[in-house]
Each structure stands twice: as C-alpha cells, then as structure tokens.
Design a protein around this ligand. Structure first.
Ligand code: FAD
Ligand code: NAI
Length: 462
C-alpha cells in the first residue's frame, strides 16, 4: 500500500491538470487512469481528434473553393481517408505522450487501471489499495443514450465512432444540432458526405445568442448541411451497413424517415461515475447524475473532491482544467477560484463561433438595461482578403455603466478573438476601455474593437 497526499481519479483535462498542480505545490500525488493512454475524453476521443479532422477537412474546403480565386490553380487534392485518420491518431499520440512526460517530470505516479473508493481516504486499483489524504474525482462524462436508438459504433455511432469510421459515408444523419453534431457534421460535409441534422428544438445550439444561432445555421446551410428542425427521433433501424432514422415532426406529429449509411447520435453527454462506489460512500448526487460539491469542489464526504464533467456546469475541457487547478490550490491550503461568469464557449466550425458571458436573451429575461455594439466582418479588410468576411462581433454592455456583460462572435478565429473580451471582463472593463485600446491593422481583432466602438459613438468602418 502506498500513501499519497492526493490521488486523482481520471486523467482528462480536469484530472491531469489537478495532478500537475498538486505536485507543483509539493503534494505527493498519483493519478488513476483506466484507459491505455492519459488525457481523458478530450485528448483521446474529444477536443483534439475532432480538431485535427476539422483542420484537415477545412484545408480541403479551402483548396476546392478558394485556391483558384487566388490564382492557385491545379488539381484539388483527393482524400486519403486512412492517411487522414493516421494524421489524427498521430496528433492524439503526441498529446497523450506529452501528458505522460509531464507526469514523469512532476513525479506523479500513474496508477494504471480503474479506481474505486472502498472507503474514505482509500483508492483501490486492481488488487492494490492506496491511502490518500485527499481524493479528487475527475472521471468525466460519456455520451447520453437515446430511447429506441442502439449504438454499435459502426453504423450508429457516438462521437467516438464518428472519429474512426472505416470509410467516409455517402449519407449521414446527425441527431442533435449541438456542438458535437455541428463540428463532426461539418467534417463529413466537407469530405463530401450528404449530412442531414435532425434537431428536437426549433433552433440549433441551445443556450447560444439567438442572432448567432440564426446566422450560424444560415452559413451551415450554405455549406451544404441540411436541417430538419422540431423533430423527435422515434427510433433508428439498422440493416447491415445501412440505417433508417424514424422521426416525428413536433408541429403536426407527422412521421418521416431518413436513410443513412451512418447515424451520429449527438444529443448530449452525462457524467460518468460508474464503478467508483459513490453510493456506498453516501456521496450526494444531483438528479442529473452529477456529483454535488460546494464552491471549493468539496463533496459531502471529508477529503473527497470532484471536478470537471462529473460535476455541474458546462462540459468543457478548460472549465475542467480551471477547476483542477483551483481544487489543487484548495487542498494545498491556498485560495482556489474559478469565475464561472467568464468561461468562453467555442465551436470550431468554419466560421468559428465563440461566446462569453450573457446572451441578449438572458439580459432581457433578467430585465437588465443593456446596449449592443455589433460589427460585421464585411468591414474588416483582413477578413475580406482571406475569404472570411461572413459573420460579426457583438458586444453587450451595461446601458449605464458601459461594463461588458457578454460577447458573441461568429467569424474567423472567433475562438481566439473571444479571449480579449474574457480578459476585459475579468478586469471589469467597459466597452470604451476596449474601444480606446490600439489594435494592430490589419487583424481580425479590429472587428472586436469596432464592436466596442459601436457600443459608444459608432464603429468607423460600418
Ligand atoms: P474526461 O476528459 O472525460 O476524463 C475522464 C477520464 O477518467 C477518462 O480518461 C476515463 O477513462 C477516466 N476514468 C473514469 N472513471 C475512472 C475510474 N474509475 N478509474 C480510472 N479512470 C477513470 N471541450 C472543449 O472545451 N473544447 C472542445 O473542443 C471539445 N471538443 C469535444 C469533442 C468531442 C467529440 C467530445 C466528446 C467532447 C469535447 N469536449 C470539448 C468536451 C471535453 O472533452 C470535456 O469537457 C473534458 O474532457 C472533460 O474533462 P474531465 O477531466 O472532466 O473528464
Ligand atoms: P449538446 O448539448 O451541445 O447538444 C445536443 C443537441 O441535441 C441539442 O441541440 C439538443 O436540443 C439536441 N437533442 C437532444 N435530444 C434530442 C433528440 N431526442 N432528438 C433530436 N435532438 C435532440 O451536446 P453534444 O453536441 O452531444 O455535446 C456534448 C458536450 O460536449 C457539450 O456539453 C459540449 O460542451 C461538449 N463539447 C464541446 C465542444 C467544444 O467546446 N467545441 C465540442 C464538442 C463537445
């Protein structure tokens, strides 16, 4: 039996970051991981592989649609799917090996296997029981299931299967117009698949700013994605390598069927805590299966913490990382803090979509007086030069104090641009503070400044 100050269960972005920070703070640390490689959902079957395929398929799209316009002529590239998957796997390998290196560097023991917590302060991995003054649960999440739909990860797949299909399908039906459905739907659409997205609600990406939702859907349609909105999927029938998706339109209960070679089920994710023994320990759980914690990531069991997708809040890698760092600081007796009001969300399609803070709909619901500064990328020279002028930056600021309350961007590099506004919000900045900051020309960032100017006396290039 080994003794540790901290054992982290799960090595995703929450768990591995928590383990590294604990070790940096002088705590003897181990991390339990049941997969063959470190890095969790994010590095193995989530953020990283999906971004590799988005990158590769975007390059193809550029070659097919924009190269000739710039005088770059010649045969556009053909797709070697096996090589594209090998590239994606190589990217995964580099990243997961990177975490292994960081574990060694920080003297963190990787306890290989699935962990359980037989009692307070103990973690069992295989036949070994280890003692820990503190345990951090970072076991992440898994795809939710849908009644009437059986996933085989070949014809009917979750995101995991969609990242390693044996071939590029001719027809794909995506169930759910959320982040996974639209990112992976975009990948296959760019690779030549006919993609139809079936969504239960009347709008895509629930929770996002309404104006962005509309513009985003319009642009995706222009790229060739088809949408069936307000549709409740009843069942999926599989016949060898084909499938039929049966759905009912909510407006009139009419029944319809779509044929597909591949069906991607992307209707959300649920916390994964199976096999940990939380019931026996008496750990408080929410109705949605999340581990309940206080604002310092403590569960109701002494010395037991939980972070990341396994607890409440957005299921995002950077949210898990921030909680991992903060929980480590708390355990080390320091001050750990996460500002949940300033967590950016990004969809890595083309154009990208990014948001932080409140949406217009939320401000209206809260009866908050606000003003809107909006600037279209059509007025941005760099975006025009790069065939990236679709979209806009929208900044929401308090009507009286001018303090920035939220920002919503659809456009080139939106996922990077949003961080300027995150920093501004962390510092309690006004829209005027952003507007008075010199921005280099020609950059996409100028669109952020112009939106901030539009909160005041007006944008220059509008
Ligand atoms: P996870 O990353 O899920 O890691 C948990 C780890 O714990 C797993 O490796 C699991 O094997 C291990 N584990 C579980 N139980 C045990 C046990 N009992 N013993 C030992 N090990 C155990 N988020 C973003 O912010 N940006 C993105 O671009 C993005 N893209 C995504 C794309 C896809 C396709 C998917 C599915 C998700 C994506 N996400 C993205 C979400 C992101 O992956 C998660 O929010 C993030 O991984 C959560 O981190 P975590 O540390 O809480 O858990
Ligand atoms: P999601 O919650 O983003 O979207 C699910 C969609 O499915 C919603 O639009 C919902 O209305 C719809 N839906 C639910 N039930 C349905 C039904 N029966 N029929 C039709 N539609 C239905 O979930 P998603 O896309 O599965 O992603 C899971 C999590 O992974 C998200 O919480 C997200 O935060 C994270 N993620 C983040 C990424 C990023 O940050 N870029 C990328 C991919 C995933």
């Amino acid at each position: 039996m080994a003794n540790y100050d901290v054992i982290v269960i799960g090595s995703g972005p929450g768990g591995y970051v928590a383990a590294i920070r604990c070790a940096q703070l002088g705590l003897k640390t181990a991390c339990v991981e049941g997969r063959d490689t470190l890095g969790g959902t994010c590095l193995n079957v989530g953020c990283i592989p999906s971004k590799a395929l988005l990158h590769a398929s975007h390059q193809l799209h550029e070659a097919e649609h924009n190269f000739a316009k710039m005088g770059l002529k010649g045969k556009s590239p053909s797709v070697d799917w096996k090589q594209m998957l090998a590239y994606k796997d190589d990217v995964i390998g580099q990243n997961t090996k990177g975490i292994e290196f960081l574990f060694k560097k920080n003297k963190i023991d990787w306890l290989k296997g699935w962990g359980t917590i037989p009692e307070k302060g103990r973690v069992k991995v295989g036949d070994d029981v280890h003692e820990a003054k503190n345990i951090i649960i970072a076991t992440g999440s898994d795809s939710s299931s849908l009644p009437g739909v059986e996933v085989d990860e070949k014809t009917v797949v979750t995101s995991t299967g969609a990242l390693e299909l044996s071939k590029i399908p001719k027809k794909m039906v995506v169930i759910g117009a959320g982040v996974i459905g639209l990112e992976l739907g975009s990948v296959y659409s760019r690779l030549g698949t006919e993609v139809t997205v079936v969504e239960f609600l009347d709008h895509i990406t629930p929770g996002m700013d309404g104006e962005v939702q509309k513009q985003f859907q319009k642009l995706l349609k222009k790229q060739g994605l088809e949408f069936v909105m307000g549709a409740a999927v009843q069942s999926v029938e599989t016949m060898k390598t084909k499938a039929k998706v049966h759905y009912k339109l909510r407006k009139d209960d009419s029944e319809h069927t779509l044929d597909a070679d591949t069906v991607l089920v992307a209707t959300g994710r649920k916390p994964f805590t199976d096999g940990l023994g939380l019931d026996a320990l008496g750990v408080k759980m929410s109705e949605r299966g999340q581990i309940e914690t206080d604002d310092q990531w403590r569960t109701n069991v002494e010395g037991l913490y939980a972070i990341g997708d396994a607890i409440a809040g957005p299921m995002l890698a950077h949210k898990a990382e921030d909680e991992g760092m903060a929980a480590a600081e708390v355990i080390a007796g320091k001050h750990g803090h996460v500002n949940y009001g300033v967590i950016p969300g990004v969809i890595y399609t083309h154009p990208e979509v990014a948001s932080v803070g409140q949406t217009e709909e939320e401000l209206k619901d809260a009866d908050r007086a606000y003003k809107v500064g909006k600037f279209s990328f059509m007025g941005n020279g760099r975006a025009k030069a790069n065939f990236a002028a679709d979209g806009f930056v929208k900044i929401l600021a308090d009507k009286d104090t001018d303090r920035i309350l939220g920002a919503h961007i659809i456009g080139p590099m939106a996922g990077d641009l949003i961080h300027e506004i995150c920093v501004a919000m962390e510092f309690g900045a006004s829209a005027e503070d952003l507007a008075l900051t010199c921005h280099a020309h020609p950059t996409y960032s100028e669109a952020v400044r112009e939106a901030a100017l539009a909160c005041g006396d007006g944008a220059i290039h509008a």
